[in-house]
Design a protein around this ligand. Sequence first.
Ligand SMILES: NC(=O)c1ccc[n+]([C@@H]2O[C@H](COP(=O)([O-])OP(=O)(O)OC[C@H]3O[C@@H](n4cnc5c(N)ncnc54)[C@H](O)[C@@H]3O)[C@@H](O)[C@H]2O)c1
Ligand SMILES: O=P(O)(O)OC[C@H](O)CO
Length: 327
Amino acid sequence: MAGVGTSKEAAIIGAGAWGKVFASLMVQAGTKVSVWARNSRSFQGLDSSCFASTDLHRVLTGQSVLVMALPSAAVRQVASRLALPKDVTVVSLSKGLEAETNLFMADVLADALRIDRSQVVVVSGPNLSAEIAEGQPAGAVAACSDLARAQQVCPLFSTPLFRPYLSTDVIGAEVGGVVKNVIAVAVGAAAGMGYQTNTRSMLITRGLAEMARFGKALGADEATFLGLAGVGDLVATCSSAKSRNFTFGFNMGSGMAREQAFKVSAGVVEGARSAKAVITIARARGIEMPITEAVAKVVFEGGSIADMGEYLMGRSRKMDGVDIKLV
Ligand SMILES: NC(=O)c1ccc[n+]([C@@H]2O[C@H](COP(=O)([O-])OP(=O)(O)OC[C@H]3O[C@@H](n4cnc5c(N)ncnc54)[C@H](O)[C@@H]3O)[C@@H](O)[C@H]2O)c1
Ligand SMILES: O=P(O)(O)OC[C@H](O)CO
C-alpha cells in the first residue's frame, strides 16, 4: 500500500490537547502509537498504551504514517527536522495558516518535508477534543488529492465513535478549519458583548458565506462548506465555551485586554493568528470578508472591541443582501 505499512502503526508529533485525544482514538482503532513532544510534561494524560518520547529518532524509526498535531506556527520548524521515508503519509490536524507565508498546512508540510502534496491527508471537522475524550461520537473529513491514500490511512483512527469521511477537496477542508476559527473569535466577542442567539446565528451564517467565498476563490468545492469541515466545524466552534477561539473572543468581548485573553487561553488560539493571513489573501484577491476584517482589525490593527461590535452590527443593519448568498 502506498505510504501506509501493512501493520497499524503511526507516529504522532505533538502532545497537546488534540494530539493526546487523537492518540487515544488511534489506540482505540487498534493502532500502535508513538508520540513525540518537545517536553515530557506534555505526556501527562496520554493513553498509557502509547510509546512516548522526546527523542524524535526513537519515535520516527520504522514509521510510514506521521500525524502532525502541532499548532500551525510550529509545523514548519518541527517538520524540517524530521527524517522520513520517501513515501510517508502525513496526516495533518492543524487548523491554521503559516503567518510568514500565508500557506496552508498541506503546502507547508510538502515544502518542509520535501514530499508531494498528495501524501498529505488533512483531517478536519467538529472535533472539540474534550468531548471526544469523553467518548462522545464525532466525525471529520479526511481529505487527500490521492483518495486511495486517505482510504488506506483512515482505519488507523476510525472507531465506532469517530467516523472519518473521505474527500479529495484538500483546500476546502483546510479553508473550513482555518476560517471557522476566525469566525468563532467574532462570535465569541459578540457573545461577550451580550449579543444573544439571533445575532450569533447571523454571524455564523454570514461567516459561512465568507468561508465559502474565500474557499471558492482558492479553488475549493463549495459543497465542502456544507459538510463537517465547513458548517459542521463552524457551528461547533462558534457555539461552545470549550472552544479556545470562541473563549478568546468572549473574553475580549467582555472587556479583557488582548494580551490577557491570550494568556488565559487553555491552548493555541489559531483564529487570532490566522485572521491576518486570511485577510491578507482576501484583500489581495478582492474577496469580501467583513467579519474576518473586523477580527483582524481588533487582533492586529489596534482596533477596539467596541469598534468591532459597531463595525459588525452597523454593517449588518445595512441588509445589503450580498452576505446571505449561500443560505
Ligand atoms: N484541541 C482541539 O480540540 C483541536 C481539534 C481539532 C484540531 N485542532 C488543531 O490542532 C492543532 C493543535 O492543537 P492543540 O489543541 O493540540 O494545541 P495545544 O495548544 O493544546 O497544544 C499544542 C502543543 O504543541 C506544543 N508546541 C507548541 N509549539 C511547539 C514547537 N515549536 N515545537 C514543539 N512543540 C510545540 C506545545 O508544547 C503543546 O504541547 C491546532 O492547529 C488546532 O487548531 C485542535
Ligand atoms: O478549541 P478550538 O477553538 O481550537 O477548536 C477546536 C476544534 O478545532 C473544534 O473542531
